[in-house]
Ligand binder design. Structure first.
Ligand code: DAH
Length: 349
């Protein structure tokens, strides 16, 4: 009886020690911070002279019927600790939690930030200046009828501009607008004078995609109509705009030109922004840069839109914000605006 009792208590004791060994071992292995530390824990717990071995040495104190159960428990503890040691050792080998291997001197990763396209920035800036001069920003359709794109603008369909070579026809009488000028007619038909609008938007032409042409590009139209508007109002308004947009008292000149929808017509030039007037390839050595077509609205346009040309006068202008942005930033290839190359466009945000 006594020996049985004594053995039962030894069994309990050894099983208790095994459980404690497992608990401590798991905690120690889980908290190890290097591969070397893991190795010394392996020796301490599972080595030939380790803690598990010293428990197993006491198996001899047990009877033959009691040994297998305690031995099996000892094996489970050994397998569990050994698996955990292997797992953590593999983690260190892969560098998964290798501690201070982070290079704190590396620059941080920048968050990608969107921005407004440089041509759109120019459009917004132009519209803001004209807003201060009393102009409202409006839009119009990119798919137009030949009537609005040409006919109402005093441009007969046999005019070269209406030719298939210059215009994208979508169907008979339906085109991708070749300019923003048709919005002049749409605004005049929708509203009574006085009118002061600016109309930014994309226009389309069957042009090659090369350094100075794109088949789709931005335009910005302007229109002012009222009783008594004169060429002097036109010159003063455009000059005020140019001075505000290009800065200071930059020289401006009005050159006679021709457009079917204006009479008289003028092209507006500003002092070349790149060479300052001395002549360079960008201004073709003239010292001037053309920034817009313009003129006094042709009476036939008023008539086509239901305005009395005896009562109303006005001026109109059309510019290319893409070209103006090129001049401003010294960009020599218009395709740069349209290639979506963030290394280039990112410089303007
Ligand atoms: N629509 C013309 C073009 O695309 C530009 C233009 C010229 C617009 C004179 C105007 C204007 O309003 O008066 O080339």
């Amino acid at each position: 009886m006594t020996s049985v009792d004594a053995n039962v208590s030894v069994v309990d004791e050894l099983v208790g020690q095994l459980a404690e060994l497992r608990r401590e071992g798991e905690a120690a292995v889980g908290g190890a911070s290097s591969a070397q530390e893991l190795e010394s824990l392996r020796v301490e717990y599972l080595g030939r002279k380790g803690r598990l071995t010293s428990i197993l040495r006491r198996l001899g104190e047990l009877g033959p019927g009691e040994r297998p159960a305690v031995g099996a428990e000892a094996n489970r503890v050994k397998d569990a600790l050994s698996a955990l040691l292997d797992e953590r050792a593999a983690g260190f080998a892969a560098g998964a939690d290798a501690g201070p291997r982070v290079d704190l001197t590396l620059p941080g990763r920048h968050r990608w930030k969107g921005g407004v396209h440089p041509v759109t920035q120019v459009v917004d800036e132009i519209c803001e200046i004209f807003r201060d001069l009393g102009f409202t920003r409006v839009g119009g359709p990119e798919v137009e009828t030949t009537e609005y794109n040409f006919t109402k603008l005093n441009t007969p369909l046999d005019h070269p501009a209406a030719d298939m070579h210059d215009t994208f026809y979508l169907a008979d009488g339906i085109v991708l607008r070749t300019h923003t000028s048709p919005v002049q007619a749409r605004v005049m038909e929708a509203f009574k004078p006085p009118i002061r609008v600016v109309v930014p938007g994309t226009v389309y032409r069957r042009d090659p995609f090369d350094a100075s042409h794109a088949p789709g590009f931005e335009q910005l139209e302007g229109l002012a109509v009222d009783e008594g508007i004169t060429f002097a109002d036109f010159k003063a308004t455009i000059t005020a705009f140019v001075h505000r947009f290009f800065g200071g008292a930059v020289p401006v000149r009005f050159r006679p030109s021709f457009f079917p929808f204006t009479e008289p017509s003028a092209e507006v030039d500003v002092r070349c922004q790149i060479c300052g007037g001395s002549g360079c390839p960008a201004c073709k050595h003239t010292g001037w840069m053309e920034i817009m077509g313009s003129g006094m609205v042709h009476p036939n346009v008023f008539t086509a839109c239901g305005y009395d040309p005896e009562r109303y006068t006005g001026y109109a202008f059309g510019m290319g914000p893409g070209r103006i942005a090129m001049q401003r930033y010294g960009v020599t290839d218009i395709r740069m605006w349209y290639e979506d190359d963030m290394r280039f466009l990112g410089q303007f945000t």
